[in-house]
Design a protein around this ligand. Structure first.
Ligand code: ADP
Length: 803
C-alpha cells in the first residue's frame, strides 16, 4: 500500500482506465464476427480475418474479406440508392447529415472506446479530438447540403463514390470522405483499412439507426485486394483515397482513362520550423502534438524539426526533458500520452528506419523509461546531427520518430523545408507575424500552421501539394471533389465551328503525314521556330513539319520539337517562376497589353484563320473577337480569384489562399486554333503559373503567329513556352516529366488515358478532356471559374491569435 504522503511525494499517476464494457458488449452482440453492411443491412460473414488490439495483441473480432462479387453488390446498392438520395434535395439530405452528427455525439463514448481498442490510439485523443471532429464534420456538411443549390449552382453529384481509407484515423477519415459525398448527393461504398474496420461497421449501424436510406452508405471490409476491386469497378464514378504514396500511384494508373474522378491524400514529411524568436515552451508542446500525436502515425506529422541555429541546442535540451515525462501505455488509460503502434509490420518498419538512421551517422536519443512488454509499442525518438539528404530526413517513417536539423537564415529554412518530394503540411513558429506571413506562402504545403500544428476542421480544406496528392477535404474547396457540371451547361460538342468533314479527314491523316500533294513553293511564307524562354529557337531535331491550308497547300512550316526541346521549355518555365510572385495587378496589366497588341494585328490573324481553316472571313473575325474578349476575361480574373477566410472554431483565422501549381503543361485544343490556344493557356498564366504549351497540331500557325505579339507585350520570358511538333508524342513526354507540376490535355480519348497514366510518376495533377469537345465560343463553358480552379491549389494558413 502506498501511503498518502508517499503519493504526494512522487505525484505519480495511478491507473485511470476507461471502461471497455459497452464496447465489449457491442462486439459480443455481433458474436465478434462481422459481415459487410450493404444496402442498409448486414450480409452473412464471408472469408474472415482477425482484427487485433495492438495494445495487447489479442483478437477483438473477425471481419469479412469482401470479394469482387461483394464489391459489385455494394456498388449496385449505391447505384440504386443514388437517384433517390439526390432527389431528396438539399434540405432532405441536410436533415440526414444532421441526424448522423447527433448520432455520433450520442454514441461518442462507445465510438471512442472502440476506436482506441482497434487502433491503439490513446483514449484522450479518440475521445477529445477524433470523435468530436467527426461530429463537427457531419454538422458542417449538413450545412453544405442545405446550401448546395445556392453555393454550387449548376453542379450535380458525380454519382457513386468509392472511398478507401487508412488505419491511422479510421473514423475521422470516414467522416472526411462520407460527409462531403453525401452532402452533394452522392452515395458511397467505403472500405476501411484492414487493421481498423470496427468503427466503420459501428458507423454503418448508426446509419441504419438514424434511418438513412438503404444503400446511401455501404461499408465493405477487406485488404488491398478489396480496395483494388473497388477502384477497378466500372460502376464507380469517383475514387477518394487516403493512404500511402505507393498505393496512390497504383490507383492513378488503374483509373487512367476511365473518366473516374480522383482525389488522393498521400504521404508527407512535414517540416516543423522554429525561428529563434519563438516561444520555446509552446514549441516543445507543439513538437509533442506534431510527432507524438497518434504515435506519429499521421500523414501530416511534423517529422522534421528545423531549428534556427541560435536556439537549436536549447530546444534539444528542453525537448529531451519533456520526452522523459511522456507516458506510454494502455491506450484506454486516460492519463496516457502515447499508445500502441498499429501492427508488428509497422513496428518493424519503424525499427528498420531507425537502424538506418544510426547507420547513416545520426545521433539517436530516447527517454530512459521503457515501453510495455506486451503489445506493439515504440518509444518517442529524437535524431540529431541529421543530414538533409539522409534516409530518415527524406522517407516517411510513420512512427514516433522526429529528426532535427538546423538552419541559419529564413531563406535557408524555406529551402530545407521544401527539400522533399512531399507537400502535405508545414508548421512554423515565430513571435514575429511579419516573418511568419512572409514564410507561409513560400512553403510548398497544403496546410501551413503558424504557432500551432495538427489542427483540423471541417471548414478548412486539407490536402497535398506535389507527391502528397491532390484534391482537398473540408471547406468549400473540398466539395468540388464530389460534383460535376450539370449536363448542357456550355459543355458538350465543340460547337458550331467545329472542324468540318474535310478538316476531319485530314486531321486523321495527321500533321506528320501530309496529303500526297506537292507543296506550292510560293505558298510557304516561312518556317516558324519554337518559342522557349522568350526567344524563337530552332528545334533540336533540325526538322520542320508542313502545315496545310484549307485547300491542302502548304501554308507554312513549324519546327518539329522533340524531347530535348521539351526539356528546355520546362527549364525555361521553371526559370520564370518569379511570375508567381508578381502582383496579380501586374499579371492583369500584361494580359491587357497582349490583347492590345493582338487587336493591332487583328487582320493578319483573321486572314490566317480563313486561309488555314477554310472558314469564312466573318467566322475568322468572330474568333479573333472572342480571343480578345477571353484575354480581357483572364486579365479581369487575374486579380479577382480570391481566397476565403474560413470560420474554424478556434481562436484563429484560417486563410484559404489559391496558389499557382507551378509549371503547367497545356495540350491545347485542335479546333479553334487561336481561341482554344488562349482559352487554355491564359487561365494558368493569369494565376501565376508558367506554361509549356503544345498548340493545335493541325493549325499551329495561329500560335506561332503570336510570338511577336508576346514579344511586345512585356510577358516575362519563359512564362509561356510553345513547342510545335508531334503532339501525342510530346504530350507523353510532358506527362512523364518529373518537373512538370500539372497538366491539361484537350484531345483524344487515348491521349487522355496516356496522360493520366504517365502522370503517376510524380503524381502531377491532370485535367483531361477524354475526347469531349468544349464550346470554346461559349462564355459559360469556354471560360471561367472551373479553369481557374484547375490552375490553382488551395493552401490553408492557420493563424492563431490571443494570449
Ligand atoms: P497505409 O497502410 O500506409 O495507411 P496503404 O496505402 O497501404 O497505406 O493503405 C491505405 C488503404 O488502401 C487501406 O484501406 C488498404 O487496404 C488500401 N489498399 C492497399 N492496396 C490497395 C490497392 N492496390 N488498391 C486499392 N486500395 C488498396
Amino acid at each position: 500500500m502506498t501511503s498518502i504522503p508517499e503519493i504526494f511525494a512522487s505525484m505519480a499517476y495511478g491507473p485511470a482506465p476507461e471502461s471497455t464494457k459497452p464496447a465489449e458488449a457491442w462486439l459480443e452482440r455481433h458474436d465478434r464476427t462481422f459481415g459487410l453492411h450493404v444496402g442498409g443491412a448486414w450480409t452473412d460473414p464471408g472469408e474472415l480475418f482477425d482484427t487485433v488490439n495492438p495494445a495487447n495483441g489479442r483478437v477483438l473480432a473477425r471481419v469479412t474479406q469482401a470479394s469482387p462479387t461483394d464489391v459489385d453488390r455494394a456498388v449496385v446498392a449505391a447505384r440504386a440508392a443514388q437517384p433517390g438520395w439526390w432527389a431528396l434535395g438539399g434540405h432532405g439530405r441536410a436533415r440526414h447529415l444532421y441526424a448522423l452528427a447527433r448520432a455520433v455525439q450520442r454514441h461518442a463514448r462507445l465510438l471512442s472506446v472502440v476506436e482506441s481498442l482497434d487502433n491503439g490510439k490513446p483514449i484522450r485523443e479518440s475521445r477529445d479530438i477524433d470523435v468530436p471532429l467527426v461530429a463537427r464534420h457531419f454538422y458542417h456538411h449538413a450545412g453544405w447540403a442545405q446550401l448546395m443549390d445556392r453555393e454550387l449552382p449548376g453542379m450535380e453529384p458525380v454519382g457513386i463514390a468509392g472511398q478507401i481509407i487508412p488505419w491511422n484515423f479510421p473514423l475521422l477519415m470516414l467522416a472526411w470522405k462520407i460527409a462531403p459525398a453525401l452532402a452533394t448527393g452522392n452515395t458511397v461504398v467505403l472500405k476501411p483499412a484492414e487493421f481498423t474496420s470496427l468503427t466503420a461497421l459501428l458507423f454503418a449501424e448508426l446509419c441504419e439507426e438514424t434511418g438513412l436510406p438503404a444503400g446511401v452508405v455501404n461499408v465493405i471490409t477487406g485488404d488491398g485486394r478489396t480496395g483494388a476491386a473497388l477502384v477497378a469497378h466500372p460502376g464507380v464514378d469517383k475514387i477518394a483515397f487516403t493512404g500511402s504514396t505507393e498505393v496512390g500511384r497504383l490507383i492513378r494508373v488503374a483509373t487512367a482513362g476511365t473518366g473516374k474522378k480522383l482525389s488522393l491524400e498521400l504521404g508527407g514529411k512535414s517540416p516543423f520550423i522554429v525561428f529563434d524568436d519563438a516561444d520555446l515552451d509552446s514549441v516543445v508542446e507543439g513538437v509533442v502534438d506534431a510527432i507524438w500525436f497518434n504515435q506519429g502515425q499521421v500523414c501530416c506529422a511534423g517529422s522534421r524539426i528545423l531549428a534556427q541555429e541560435g536556439i537549436a541546442p536549447r530546444l534539444e535540451e528542453k525537448l529531451k526533458a519533456r520526452m522523459e515525462t511522456l507516458r506510454i501505455g494502455d491506450p484506454l488509460d486516460k492519463a496516457v500520452d502515447i499508445g500502441a503502434i498499429i501492427a508488428p509490420v509497422q513496428l518493424d518498419k519503424i525499427r528498420e528506419l531507425v537502424e538506418k538512421g544510426e547507420e547513416e551517422g545520426a545521433q539517436l536519443w530516447q527517454p530512459v523509461w521503457s515501453c510495455p512488454s506486451e503489445g506493439y509499442f515504440y518509444p518517442p525518438t529524437l535524431f540529431t546531427g541529421v543530414a538533409p539528404a539522409s534516409t530518415i530526413a527524406q522517407v516517411e517513417i510513420f512512427g514516433p520518430v522526429v529528426v532535427m536539423m538546423s538552419f541559419r537564415t529564413p531563406a535557408e529554412a524555406v529551402e530545407l523545408a521544401n527539400n522533399t518530394r512531399y507537400g502535405l503540411a508545414a508548421s512554423l513558429w515565430s513571435e514575429n507575424i511579419n516573418l511568419a506571413l512572409d514564410i507561409a506562402p513560400k512553403l510548398k504545403a497544403g496546410s501551413v500552421w503558424i504557432n500551432c500544428t495538427n489542427v483540423f476542421d471541417a471548414a478548412a480544406g486539407f490536402g497535398g501539394y506535389r507527391e502528397s496528392g491532390f484534391g482537398r477535404e473540408g471547406g468549400k474547396e473540398g466539395l468540388w471533389e464530389y460534383v460535376k457540371a450539370a449536363e448542357g451547361r456550355g459543355r458538350g460538342d465543340a460547337g458550331k465551328y467545329a472542324p468540318d468533314a474535310v478538316g476531319k479527314s485530314r486531321a486523321k491523316a495527321g500533321a506528320a503525314s501530309p496529303p500526297p500533294r506537292l507543296p506550292a513553293a510560293a505558298a510557304i511564307d516561312r518556317t516558324s521556330k519554337l518559342y522557349i524562354g522568350g526567344a524563337q529557337v530552332r528545334p533540336d531535331s533540325g526538322y520542320s513539319l508542313p502545315v496545310h491550308d484549307a485547300a491542302g497547300r502548304v501554308a507554312g512550316e513549324v519546327g518539329q520539337g522533340n524531347r530535348k526541346d521539351i526539356r528546355n521549355a520546362v527549364e525555361a518555365a521553371h526559370a520564370a517562376s518569379g511570375w508567381a510572385r508578381a502582383t496579380a495587378h501586374l499579371r492583369a496589366q500584361v494580359l491587357y497589353y497582349v490583347a492590345e497588341n493582338l487587336a493591332a494585328r487583328r487582320d493578319e490573324f483573321v486572314a490566317r484563320l480563313a486561309n488555314l481553316t477554310g472558314r469564312s472571313k466573318k467566322q475568322g473575325q468572330e474568333e479573333v473577337a472572342l480571343a480578345l474578349s477571353r484575354l480581357f476575361s483572364y486579365a479581369a480574373w487575374a486579380d479577382k480569384w480570391d481566397g476565403r477566410v474560413h470560420h474554424t472554431p478556434y481562436r484563429n483565422v484560417t486563410l484559404a489562399m489559391p496558389e499557382p501549381l507551378g509549371v503547367m503543361a497545356v495540350v491545347c485544343p485542335e479546333e479553334w486554333p487561336l481561341l482554344g490556344f488562349l482559352s487554355t493557356t491564359l487561365p494558368p498564366i493569369a494565376m501565376g503559373n508558367t506554361v509549356v504549351a503544345l498548340p493545335s497540331g493541325r493549325w499551329p500557325l495561329l500560335a506561332t503567329d503570336l510570338y511577336q505579339v508576346l514579344d511586345t507585350s512585356d510577358l516575362p520570358k519563359g512564362v509561356l513556352n510553345i513547342v510545335t511538333g508531334p503532339r501525342e508524342e510530346l504530350a507523353a513526354i510532358l506527362a512523364a516529366h518529373d518537373d512538370v507540376d500539372a497538366m491539361w490535355y484537350w484531345g483524344t480519348v487515348e491521349g487522355s488515358a496516356e496522360v493520366e497514366r504517365l502522370s503517376a510518376g510524380n503524381l502531377k495533377q491532370t485535367w483531361v478532356s477524354h475526347g469531349r469537345g468544349v464550346r470554346w465560343d461559349s462564355g459559360v463553358g469556354g471560360e471561367g471559374e472551373r479553369f481557374l480552379r484547375h490552375a490553382t491549389q488551395v493552401k490553408n494558413v492557420w493563424v492563431p491569435y490571443g494570449e
